[in-house]
Design a binder for this molecule. Sequence first.
Ligand SMILES: Cc1cc2nc3c(=O)[nH]c(=O)nc-3n(C[C@H](O)[C@H](O)[C@H](O)COP(=O)(O)OP(=O)(O)OC[C@H]3O[C@@H](n4cnc5c(N)ncnc54)[C@H](O)[C@@H]3O)c2cc1C
Length: 620
Amino acid sequence: MYVAGSYDCVVVGGGHAGCEAAHAAARMGCRVVLLTHSLDAIALMPCNPAIGGPAKGHVVAEIDALGGLMGFVADQTFLQMRMLNTGKGPAVRALRAQADKKQYQALMKKLLESTPGLRIIQALVTEVLSDNGQIRGVRTHYGAEFYAATVVITAGTYLEGRVVVGQASLQSGPNSLLASTGLSASLGRLGIEMGRFKTGTPPRIHRRSVDFSQMEEQPGDDIPARFSARSTRERRAQLSCYLTYTTERTIAIIRDNLHRSPLYSGMIEGRGPRYCPSIEDKVVRFADKERHQLFLEPEGFDTDEMYVQGFSTSLPEDVQVELLRSVVGLAEVEMMRPGYAIEYDFVLPTGLSLALESKNCAGLFFAGQINGSSGYEEAAGQGLLAGANAAARVLGRPPLVLLRSEAYLGVLVDDLVMKGVTEPYRLMTSRAEHRLLLRLDNARSRLGEVAAQYGLIAAEDYQAIKEEDEELARLVAGLSSRTVPNCDAVNQVLQGVGSAPLTQAQTAAALLRRPEVRWEHLAPFLPEASSMSPSLAMRLEVEIKYAGYIAKEREQVERFLRLENRLIAQNINFGNIRGLSNEAKENLTLRRPHSVGQAMRISGVSPADVAVLLVYLEGR
Ligand SMILES: Cc1cc2nc3c(=O)[nH]c(=O)nc-3n(C[C@H](O)[C@H](O)[C@H](O)COP(=O)(O)OP(=O)(O)OC[C@H]3O[C@@H](n4cnc5c(N)ncnc54)[C@H](O)[C@@H]3O)c2cc1C
């Protein structure tokens, strides 16, 4: 053993969570060391090359608003960028990038290498060091000891990783990287409860072996939007994705080989993500479906490898090749990497506080897939919060905890910590009660103040956010009195979108509230539009068009906050509260909620229990 150094914060793991955790803690002024077992695997995307999409894209915008890196790096390295759900309401409009995986990794590593106060070291951490319930540091496989006041563990899908293909398995992390052995046992010795999950990935195929003429091309947006306010928006070379389908033959092959699937032979114990099912699961669960959609996604500008989205599998390799050849356009396919399933250990997130700190060991934080979530974005968001909270602890500041009404990140952490997980947790817009307020376009406005307070963004960046908010308020007020003339040019546009022509002048706001009228239809008639940024225009349209719904949503948030701020003393004996169900007494005692709002979200606590609790608290 040797002492390799003392820091304010040690981050274990250079995946999506670890990168954001290390960066956030260093930005807040801490001396940070990032220990990861392969520098070449920093920010690796072991699964799909996509960043963003519904709810995940919102999280990327929130990470950017909190000074994080994922959005900016995705903007610089995308192969393709698309705004999804443009025909639907603003709450579900979401940006999604197909990233060049290698460029994404290289830029993320470069940005971390140039972050002041951050050191990056290749090392395999096998043990956490603690004293009387307080973290002291970590030890590596080669005997180095790193001491620190805080440690953030973001070991992802590597903890006791086991890769399975057919009846064969290997102790391994993703992409044939080393599994992380020893650390789970060390965490277990601290009384930290662990579980076992699994996830899977599809085969990769060679572009030259694909017959694209049988597929539907899916190009990117012409001048795509960007995740980060730091990125410029211009036309760029993009690669397309391709839509294809499985056939009856595909389904027959799967049915004939289910007995060879490790998922159905009992070889895999870990629970998998419901919303990213394997192709085997889809055939079994949706037996009535004649075919399944698949998307071929390029993995990089400088590679011919393509990802077969929707074809995750751990069937034996020979079956995988036969299956691929049964897909429309893949009769001559060359498989470059087989699909596989990976089982890994995770930490039960109910053992954490809302700051993502372990209840078993002060100063020890967890973030990412290790907390039972699934997805690059969910991991990166947790990483940023855990890193910021480790730094806040060092700096003697209160933890950075976002509410469900403030951010998808608040929904994510609250769901994990308060409700726990029975399968890998994936964020979706339907999980957010107040999603109309948690939009892509207003992430900076929602989180700018707290980001500036914690030193995650510069004061001048926050100033710019405030100025945009003031500008927006002026524009909303202005358009409510700005009239649009009743003239041929205007009526031509209105009729062009199937909207009734004007019979007299109307305010721009009134016109914008018409369902079929969008900002781009009115912009030519409004001088304000000439100098407006696309992001401000998007916000303006939403604020005017959905003003009524937004006001209602804000009232609901008021109600939510009243219960959220109804605090519960930590020394209450729930067992003595008459009228509470036994299940509620048990779970409330186990989880010790800080507020009535939190109590409501604990499984087994019914609305009747909440009513009893409220009366009891009033009595006290
Ligand atoms: C096969 C596969 C399929 C997936 N499929 C999907 C999917 O379909 N949908 C989806 O949303 N997500 C999927 N994911 C999950 C997605 O990859 C993860 O959610 C995301 O990468 C998690 O980020 P993370 O930072 O928590 O962990 P990871 O990205 O796994 O990074 C962990 C990091 O920790 C390092 N590390 C681990 N142990 C140690 C140690 N002891 N010492 C030092 N360093 C260590 C590793 O080198 C790595 O850099 C899949 C992942 C895999 C592996």
